[in-house]
Design a protein around this ligand. Sequence first.
Ligand SMILES: Nc1ncnc2c1ncn2[C@@H]1O[C@H](COP(=O)(O)OP(=O)(O)OP(=O)(O)O)[C@@H](O)[C@H]1O
Length: 569
Amino acid sequence: MTIQFKDIPDPSDGSFPAMAERRWTVLNFLATASGLLRGPVIFLTLLAGLSRAGMIYAINETARAGGAVLTWSSLLMVVCAVTMLLVGYVLRMKAFLLVTSVTRLLWRRLARLLLRANIDFLLSQKHGQVYSALTTEVNGLSAAVVSIVEVAGALIVLAFALPYLFFVSPASGFVALIAVGIGFAGFAILDRPGRKWRYRAGVLFADYCDRVGDMLGGWKELRLRKTRRDALEEETLAIIDAHVEARKQAQQLFAGSAGVGQGAIIFLLCFVVTILPVINHADSTVMFQVLTVIFLVNGPIETMFNALPNLSRSETAYYRIKAVEFALSNAQSLANVSDQSAATEFREITLKGAEALVGEVDAPEATPFHLGPVDLTFTPGETVFICGGNGSGKTTLLSLITGLRHPTKGEILLDGKSLDEGSTAAYRELFSSVFSGFHLFERAYGSTPHEREELERRIIQLGLSSRVSMLDDKFSTTSLSAGQSRRMALAVALAERRPIIVLDEFAADQDPVNRAFFYDVLVPELSASGQLVLAVTHDDHQFHKCDRLIKMEGGRVVSDQKMQKANAV
Ligand SMILES: Nc1ncnc2c1ncn2[C@@H]1O[C@H](COP(=O)(O)OP(=O)(O)OP(=O)(O)O)[C@@H](O)[C@H]1O
């Protein structure tokens, strides 16, 4: 399924209520997810702001008192300075912890959604959007918590410093107000195009992740053909350049917005040193007081105008993450969420008029593959081979039988009871499998000690003990040849001792000895133990070794033939 950015607000949409609402949504999310409102950060920010404001006042009062060392104002100055330094340090640490809280929450949420995503989403080829959401977007969004704290701190300082400035010199207070206003106006003007470029950079980063996926997954094909490698490299470089350009454009606008804020403070300073003496008839005390205020609010204001673009970037990051969550939420399968207890045995599995559509979501422009209607029944102890040409629907049929895919029409019955999404999770536990595109985990996740014992036995039985050993539930290696990897996956599946084992073209990459072992020893052993064996195979000279042979053609079961099983040799 291609991820649709349906719910991403248009970054160029600056309509006031929509924009304000979006900002509020992001701020609200960050405040809640980080625990900002619960912890001491608000209090510490207030304390840091107050101590800075207190510093301004104390410096001025000390200067007015003639600079004596032991006055109440000089003591206040020391207390404020120490508080400012200590609180500043604690605040930086606490802010970092807020960032990690948001990252953890988002990563956990996305991981949960991924683990419950349905087959169509997982079969989709392009997962760059997921990788980019999990990396840059999550980092960008989390880091914005610090910006909230910085902006809040600066606003607190301003809330005290501006009235004080009006008190000391109304003209300076007025000009300072204009300067801050200019800073905000610069941000408001440059922010929207900045966000647009930032959004584009995000899309391009996702494309880059997809190309990296191609480089890692297709490294053999890329090594063997220079023109293919060159073309991919060329495309990747173009994506990188476009991404860098988009980021540069965004940065130019965001830096410009911060620059306007900085320029406004410089304008204020210029006013103080050039115009104020004329208005004030060169009163050096007022000059000193005004300069002290500007000196001490300069830092927080600069930080604030730098932080505002970060909040803007975080808005884009938030909605890009939301888009992935949206796509994943739409692709959730209740069968992956339900925690009904596992089914441990069955009498009969029936597919009744079951149909499936493949590729409908992933490639809407192409005609989807239609499987069925299929009517089949399976019982314990049967050995069923499924054959048919490439693309005839064997794997799709297996995904229906195993409950990985829900029929678009018809139903699957377990012991006469129709499966719904809620009961499918328990049903799936009947199966162990080695699909053609299997995955070897580094550990035997979720295995019991008894299963691990069985796994060690199977590793020996399948001739893998010279390559693989187990330390607790961890395999010594998963770097194996194709045939060995498949046997390793089989060992894991066998150790699970489920009532049904599904094997998709298992023998395809086995040597003659292992192939013979599979058909003549293993399959009869499983059948004798009462397990239902469902095996996709192209080995027509082995067809006589099954109880039933199902033949697929163009998505339909064209024959379901009872076989006279030959005895194993
Ligand atoms: N992710 C997908 N998106 C779109 N179509 C798909 C996808 N996966 C498979 N198909 C299509 O579904 C059809 C059935 O595929 P399936 O894998 O079930 O065939 P198969 O019989 O197992 O083939 P093979 O012998 O090659 O493994 C094919 O025509 C294939 O092109």
